[in-house]
Design a binder for this molecule. Structure first.
Ligand SMILES: [Zn+2]
Length: 427
């Protein structure tokens, strides 16, 4: 399908240099005929036809004609994707039909002028290559939570990398809030910002999750929004449509599934079931009252009449708190408990709810809130939005699909919070 573009160049220059048996001086060797693009200092005349406003690499990278996803090029003039670049391929044909000449390989970012077939090497393409494949270094990752960056999209709008809106494809707000929450957990985020950590793992879920994390933190986006479309496709496939575009689902179930699926695909083992935290916190005010179930004294009666007491046996660096709001009534209808839960956004003291092992001496027991997800509306309809703390400028933002707005922390601490992610205060 591909290649064959260089072979024609040498054919016309072959021959005419055979040895002369008569001893006569050999005729002057004809100079190799240079194509314009072989001349030194040549610059592709079509670079100005590139239209950055319409370039979008968030969707499935498949040929718009054949549907194949191998060896696909983006026409940088109209934004459509085509397969191959050799003679008679889709990209080649498109270049002749539409007089669109500049094509970027969506795998490696190399760019070609068609139908001539020469490679375009020009530093002006760097921004598009960076958008296609955002790259990070340990040094650049180190500054993410300390130095706020203001980037500018091609339409002139400003955005902050890490505070990126996510398209709601159709009833996918429950996935978006979870992705927004996970995007701020440093060990998880930092691992996925470096593709060398997982490029060898043949898991579309892992690869697409990594690609989305890199886009969400990239200062090279052309706009302050990203579509999680490719990751959602992988999620639908891997989850057997348990989580799918077009059908609202529970973000807590999705969060649990996603973390387990990523963990398994990355070679993790199944161990230690989820702790009792997510099943037993009942919505009460304030949060500290909900947590009293883990004080080691309060008893809880189980379905079979057993009495149980709970205490946390360890405090991880990151704590996910699920405030159970939805339950089925006797008619199997889902009911929502709308109780408002009060909580501090900083210095939540967990010391009373844990009995740490002796070797855990020095473990921090205070936690700061990183993210809170809340549900608005009726139980089976409604929508999800998140409040996220952006560490680089120590500010709070409300994120709901495409919208990212600054918000006062006071508003967060009295919300109908559903899922919270906390970090140890010393992290
Ligand atoms: Zn085109």
């Amino acid at each position: 399908m591909d290649g064959g573009d260089e072979s024609a160049v040498g054919a016309a220059d072959a021959g005419a240099s055979a040895c002369q048996p008569c001893g006569a001086p050999a005729p002057a060797k004809p100079r190799k005929r240079m194509r314009p693009w072989e001349e030194p200092g040549f610059r592709c005349p079509y670079l100005d036809t590139i239209n950055r406003m319409i370039l979008d690499f968030d969707f499935e990278k498949a040929c718009s004609v054949t549907g194949h996803d191998f060896n696909v090029y983006a026409c940088l003039v109209c934004g459509k994707f085509f397969q191959g670049r050799g003679t008679h391929t889709q990209a080649y044909t498109h270049s002749l039909q539409e007089s669109h000449h500049v094509y970027m390989n969506l795998q490696d970012g190399r760019t070609y002028c068609l139908p001539d077939g020469y490679e375009v090497v020009d530093s002006s393409l760097r921004d598009i290559q960076n958008m296609l494949d955002p790259k990070f270094t340990m040094a650049s990752i180190d500054t993410l939570d300390r130095v706020p960056v203001y980037a500018r999209g091609v339409d002139g709008s400003d955005y902050m990398p890490g505070l990126i809106g996510l398209n709601n494809i159709r009833h996918t707000d429950y996935m978006n809030v979870v992705l927004q929450a996970l995007a701020r957990v440093p060990p998880l985020r930092d691992f996925f910002l470096l593709p060398e950590n997982y490029a060898h793992i043949k898991s579309p879920l892992v690869l697409e999750f990594g690609a989305l994390m890199r886009k969400m933190w990239s200062p090279h986006n052309f706009k302050g929004q990203v579509s999680p479309h490719e990751l959602l496709q992988a999620i639908m496939h891997v989850s057997g449509n348990r989580f799918k575009i077009g059908t609202q689902a529970d973000p807590m179930e999705f969060l649990t599934w996603l973390l387990n699926a990523l963990h398994t695909d990355l070679g993790g083992t199944r161990k230690r079931g989820s702790d009792a935290l997510e099943r037993n916190i009942l919505p009460q005010v304030p949060l500290i009252t909900c947590l009293s179930k883990f004080d080691g004294h309060t008893t809880q009666e189980m379905m079979n009449g057993d009495q149980r007491r709970y205490k946390l046996t360890r405090l991880p660096k990151y704590l996910i708190v699920h405030i159970k709001r939805f339950s089925k009534n006797t008619q199997q209808e889902i009911e929502k408990n709308p109780t408002i839960v009060n909580f501090p956004v900083r210095n939540l003291e967990m010391a009373n709810f844990t009995e740490l092992a002796p070797d855990a001496c020095g473990t921090p027991t205070k936690f700061h809130l990183m993210c809170s997800i809340q549900h608005d509306g009726l139980p089976e309809a409604g929508s999800y939005r998140g409040f996220v703390h952006f560490r680089a400028n120590d500010a709070w933002y409300e994120v709901q699909d495409l919208h990212v707005n600054g918000v006062h922390p006071q508003l967060i601490s009295v919300s109908e919070s559903y899922i919270q992610v906390w970090r140890a205060a010393d992290d």
